[in-house]
Ligand binder design. Structure first.
Ligand SMILES: [Fe+2]
Ligand SMILES: [Fe+2]
Length: 146
């Protein structure tokens, strides 16, 4: 469990995470709430396959909606890196589907395995936000004359 414990840090929302577009900022804040709720749940030691499944599937489906919405906003603001960003979304969805597939076939008795898979999904979503989403911040700010 030591390896899992080191992956359970809360990530507080900070103003610098705002990209300056209200709908997208709201969805990203919601993502952070979901991630922190997930971490709280694992820390509570009450997690089992059913509870993890509920939280992870909600995070995945909300994110599919968010990716599409984010691409629509990027299109609206003529973001030149939209094609590459959309490919990154599709790659991420494929990787997450693969891990979620492994999760569904993992025994409920293998809690460490289930935690590892669900934490990996959470980390992939968070990494995308930190490494890709924040890159379009200056473009959106400029496009809105800020
Ligand atoms: Fe995003
Ligand atoms: Fe994105």
């Amino acid at each position: 469990m030591a390896e899992i414990d080191s992956r359970l840090e809360q990530i507080p929302w900070v103003d610098a995470f705002n990209v300056g577009q209200a709908e997208i900022d709201l969805e990203h804040r919601h993502l952070f709430d979901e991630i922190n709720r997930f971490v709280d749940h694992v820390l509570s030691k009450e997690a089992n396959k059913t509870t993890l499944d509920t939280l992870i599937t909600r995070m995945i489906s909300n994110h599919k909606f968010h990716f599409i919405h984010e691409e629509q906003i990027m299109l609206r603001y003529n973001y030149s890196q939209l094609p590459a960003h959309a490919i990154e979304h599709r790659n991420l969805e494929a990787r997450i589907n693969e891990i979620y597939g492994e999760f569904t076939f993992t025994s409920p008795n293998n809690l460490d395995g289930l935690l590892d898979q669900s934490l990996t999904i959470k980390e992939l979503i968070l990494d995308h936000f930190l490494h890709y989403d924040l890159k379009y911040k200056s473009h959106l700010m400029n496009a809105q004359g800020r």
